[in-house]
Design a protein around this ligand. Structure first.
Ligand code: GN1
Length: 373
């Protein structure tokens, strides 16, 4: 156990772990929460793993609401999975309660920690093939399907206006005007590129205001690494990181998965920021996602899916740039200008999506059509 802080030690002590704790290691590549994997050895020699996470207070000012959602969503999913003859212990997250039966532990500095059982026999990835993208599309599509009769409006909005692209743009404009750290001059090209797309920032929010898009329970952070794949079947069986699962728009769940995974990184050495959309990975995900959702999404939702990919990419570029200009307080960064570089990568991807947009739309329509049509 290296570098164990007093807080981490106390958090572990709040739980009644089986057998002997062998190892505690930092885990994953998340930018927001701190995640640790704990390895225990039971008396019969079997190794068990647990995920312990400290929720970011900057991202989640009301962690108790995050946890209330978590308990309700996983409870609902467990019932659905049982009804379908599945295994709830593998197909959704299982919360481990503290010694005194609480859903989370609050440390003396008021940080909230939560523990879940690691789903054994699974893997996660960030470098997919079209087949794995299709499996991921099925997994995220199934997640939305299982939750489609959950009353979305009864969930807490854990990050208010999380994917309200227009508000993110307004915030960026304000930061650019105030330029608190004098960094705006270093990001002029990126800022101009974004500001030239102000009308795009309104497309989905306007459709929502016009009543065209229903609020559903959505995941809102559909990175590929939030899907656990079964080692044997290579199917996506469990969706993790439910902290932003709340009322939202399905378009962004589709879009963020494309943004984060359907990508080709060319010329890594020459141009580390060059990112392209990979049409085969895009098609794989679309096929899996629509196989699970085409029968219940509205026509407007389906038609806007490719826009979801473009706009969430633009939105994340805006968020990275705002964080860079404000001093890198939100997205964990270790290298100088890391958030500016992240912004550039999103803009490179966006440019390529704009160039391939007609093909992206055609692929969505191909898999949205009723089978046999
Ligand atoms: C953050 O924690 P992580 O890395 O899964 C962020 C997402 C971004 C993502 C970009 C709560 O997610 O919105 O898309 O970074 N989550 C939050 O990698 O802000």
């Amino acid at each position: 156990m290296t570098d164990m802080t007093a807080e981490l030690r106390k958090a572990i002590q709040a739980y009644d772990l089986p057998g002997v704790l062998l190892k505690t290691e930092p885990y994953g590549d998340g930018h927001i929460n701190d995640t640790f994997c704990l390895t225990c050895r039971r008396e019969d020699g079997q190794l068990l793993h647990f995920m312990l996470q400290r929720l970011s207070r900057r991202a989640f000012p009301h962690p108790e609401e995050v946890m209330e959602n978590f308990v309700r969503i996983t409870g609902f999913l467990q019932k659905k999975i049982l009804e379908a003859g599945g295994d709830p212990a593998r197909e959704t997250l299982t919360l481990i309660r503290t010694r005194d039966g609480q859903a989370f532990y609050t440390d003396p500095r008021q940080n909230v920690w939560r523990m879940t059982a690691f789903v054994e026999g699974t893997f996660s990835l960030s470098d997919p093939t079209p087949g794995l993208m299709e499996a991921a599309g099925h997994a995220f599509g199934r997640f939305g399907r299982q939750l489609r009769d959950f009353p979305a409006e009864t969930l807490h909005e854990t990050i208010p206006s999380f994917h309200h692209t227009e508000l993110h743009l307004q915030k960026l404009k304000k930061i650019l005007r105030e330029d608190p750290l004098g960094r705006a001059a270093l990001a002029r090209t990126e800022a101009d590129f974004i500001l030239a797309r102000e009308a795009d920032c309104r497309i989905i929010t306007q459709a929502r205001r016009d009543g065209l898009l229903p609020l559903r329970v959505t995941h809102n952070d559909t990175r590929l690494s939030n899907v656990l794949f079964d080692v044997q079947s290579r199917q996506g069986i469990c969706i993790v990181d439910l902290d932003t699962t709340m009322p939202g728009l399905v378009i962004f769940d589709f879009g963020d998965a494309i943004r984060s995974a359907a990508i080709l990184q060319q010329g890594k050495k020459k141009d580390p920021e060059a990112v392209h959309l990979d049409p085969d990975l895009y098609e794989g995900f679309t096929r899996g996602f629509l196989a699970q959702t085409a029968d219940f999404l509205t026509k407007d939702e389906v038609d806007l899916l490719p826009w979801g990919a473009r706009i969430i990419t633009l939105e994340l570029a805006i968020r990275y740039l705002s964080d860079y200009l404000e001093g890198d307080h939100y997205f964990r960064s270790v290298l100088p200008q890391q958030n500016l570089l992240r912004c550039r990568r999103q803009l490179s991807l966006l440019k390529d999506m704009e160039a391939q947009f007609a093909a992206m739309q055609a692929i969505v329509q191909k898999y949205a059509a009723p089978s046999g049509a």
